[in-house]
Design a protein around this ligand. Structure first.
Ligand SMILES: C[S@@+](CC[C@H](N)C(=O)[O-])C[C@H]1O[C@@H](n2cnc3c(N)ncnc32)[C@H](O)[C@@H]1O
Length: 213
């Protein structure tokens, strides 16, 4: 999986969906960045969360298992190579649906944080959407419901102090091109997503949760 993601580094670094949006603005606000704040960006991908936290004055370490994403540290979310309570805030955006063990990952984020954990991920929207996501990208594991997300936080010893859902209207063709989907698969994906498609855009829902220890 790591090599696949390294090859995608440029596409995710320039992706409009990842680079900006009200969901990213809220996630950054809930991280409470500022001078002297030590932050960890887990599954940094194109580095958009890390960049925004740095711009707000935080000291940021980024982590990702794909070396091509050029994180500060190469490691999976399920095994973070940091001591307990190293960071004021741990953030992770639009990535846990790729993790092999999401519960272990949230437990690790809680362990290395001494304060806050802020996570955003796409929400489960039904089996057809899951099938489309897996066909588009073999690294897709699963999206989870809002209830499942609250459960992951509670199981990791976090109090959910805030949460918000977003509808993200994603342009389908660049979304397919970003991972070089073959045309036969692309046709089936458009069929599976039909009820969520309008004007060439698919509406995906995401949840942002803020937890404290
Ligand atoms: C969609 S990108 C992340 C987007 C990025 N956080 C942003 O806000 O733009 C998904 C990332 O998850 C990483 N990833 C995949 N499996 C992982 C795992 N088990 N632990 C941590 N990161 C993982 C990939 O290497 C990739 O960089």
């Amino acid at each position: 999986m790591t090599d696949v993601w390294s090859e995608r580094a440029e596409a995710f670094g320039t992706s409009a969906t990842h680079r900006e949006g009200p969901d990213l603005d809220l996630l950054v606000e809930w991280c409470e960045p500022g001078e002297g704040v030590q932050a960890l960006d887990v599954a940094t991908g194109g580095g958009h969360v890390a960049r925004r936290l740095r711009e707000a004055g935080a000291e940021v370490v980024s982590v990702d298992p794909a070396p091509g994403m050029q994180p500060t540290v190469v490691a999976p979310a399920e095994q973070l190579p940091f001591a307990d309570g190293t960071f004021d805030v741990v953030a992770c955006r639009i990535a846990p649906h790729h993790f092999t063990d999401v519960r272990a990952a949230v437990r690790e984020m809680a362990r290395v944080s001494r304060g806050r954990v802020v996570v955003e991920d796409n929400v489960f929207m039904g089996d057809d959407v899951e099938q489309a996501e897996k066909l588009r990208d073999a690294t897709h594991v699963r999206c989870y419901s809002e209830d499942e997300w609250r459960g992951f936080f509670v199981d990791a010893g976090l109090h959910v102090v805030d949460e918000r859902t977003f509808e993200r209207r994603v342009e389908v063709e660049p979304w397919l091109a970003r991972v070089e989907t073959p045309e036969d698969d692309a046709a089936r994906i458009r069929e599976l997503l039909a009820e969520h498609l309008e004007d060439g855009r698919v509406t995906l829902r995401s949840i942002v949760l803020k937890g404290t220890k």
